[in-house]
Design a protein around this ligand. Structure first.
Ligand SMILES: C[S@@+](CC[C@H](N)C(=O)[O-])C[C@H]1O[C@@H](n2cnc3c(N)ncnc32)[C@H](O)[C@@H]1O
Ligand SMILES: [Zn+2]
Length: 340
């Protein structure tokens, strides 16, 4: 049976408006200590936040991340290792964070969870994982991870999240910050949730000295020429166009991909998100192409960052140590906060 939001999970949440304590009221459906439908009310300012389909919702349903809601609900399992047959998510999670396999007793925050492929990996450590996303992707994550006792999924905004400050032992945020209107402010807001001597890990698209023009995956320069058009299209319409385009290009891209050294980059320049190198079978590689081509063209915000910028983010005295390198999604950065 699926787990619902547990009343005991309330201890992780506060009112995003005033940081007041929350209590549960107007429970319409409940199963023992679990709430499926109801409301969370702030004891101080009395704002009510709905719990719908077992997920506390702290944002309005229509927002700039609707495209992500569509893509992650359509592709709710495409990138999960269990479905893809490769261990990409597991490898990325542990290689980017360098965290231990057993984190029992710790709390992990995940910002911008999408369909929850990394939520699954974080939960495998036995830590308590609080995972949020701005979009309805949380419903996809709930499908994958809602049945785990050590996972709480909420719909919230990284700039105004209902989470306690300086609370979490660890926090990670993969592939999200460049898709917010202000990546640095989003990073600061995310960081404020981590306790002193806690650890954070992020990844973000890279921009190098030649601007956006020397990177191919996952941000080929050509996408910035089409985005002014595609970001204005209704997500459903754009998704259908992407499917038609990939269906047309797929046989051709197989041949182009075989050109030594440059083949895959050419495919990405043609906006075919070619992940055949990961060892996916052909039909799964095509699903990844639908997903990631749409992911290139649909987000309202797309602000890749320079390596030196991310180094600056991590270089302040609040970090006892940090490491910032190129890798995976562009740039991978980790830091351990100083002790109080
Ligand atoms: C490219 S997806 C990455 C999802 C997941 N981390 C992964 O790597 O599979 C970016 C995610 O960031 C979320 N996002 C964008 N702006 C956000 C915000 N202000 N607060 C929380 N999540 C946000 C989007 O809804 C989307 O699901
Ligand atoms: Zn309040």
């Amino acid at each position: 049976m699926r787990q619902k939001m547990k009343i005991s999970h309330l201890k992780y949440l506060v009112c995003p408006e005033c940081e007041g304590e929350l209590y549960i009221e107007s429970i319409k459906k409940q199963d023992k200590d679990r709430v499926t439908t109801g409301g969370l009310v702030c004891k101080s300012c009395e704002i009510t936040y709905p719990i719908e389909r077992s997920i506390p919702r702290f944002v309005t349903t229509d927002n700039y991340a609707d495209n992500f809601g569509l893509q992650w609900n359509l592709h709710h399992d495409t990138q999960h290792d269990k479905f893809s047959g490769i261990s990409e998510s597991n490898m990325r999670f542990f290689e980017e964070t360098l965290w231990a396999k057993n984190l029992s007793g710790q709390t992990i925050l995940e910002a911008g969870c999408g369909s929850g492929r990394f939520t699954h990996e974080a939960a495998s450590t036995n830590a308590m994982v609080i995972s949020f996303d701005y979009s309805s992707a949380v419903d996809a994550n709930y499908k994958a991870n809602g049945n785990k006792d050590n996972v709480l999924i909420i719909q919230a905004d990284i700039f105004k999240s209902p989470l306690r400050n300086y609370f979490f032992d660890k926090a990670f945020c993969f592939g999200v910050l460049q898709h917010t209107p202000n990546p640095y402010a989003a990073f600061r807001s995310f960081m404020s949730k981590v306790k002193k001597d806690g650890e954070v890990a992020i990844d973000i698209y890279k921009k190098n000295a030649l601007g956006r023009f020397l990177s191919f995956t996952p941000a080929p320069p050509t996408k910035y020429y089409v985005r002014p058009l595609t970001t204005r299209m209704a997500p459903e319409k754009l998704y259908q166009s992407v499917v038609n385009y990939i269906n047309f290009m797929w046989p051709l891209s197989r041949w182009i991909g075989k050109i030594p050294f440059v083949g895959r980059n050419i495919n990405w320049l043609f906006l075919v998100a070619d992940h055949r190198n990961l060892g996916l079978d052909d039909s799964r590689a095509k699903q990844w192409a639908y997903l990631n081509t749409f992911d290139m063209l649909s987000p309202k915000y797309d602000y890749p960052q320079r390596l030196k910028t991310i180094k600056k983010w991590f270089s302040g005295p609040e970090f006892a140590k940090h490491e910032v390198n190129y890798g995976f999604n562009g740039i991978v950065a980790r830091g351990k906060l100083s002790t109080p």
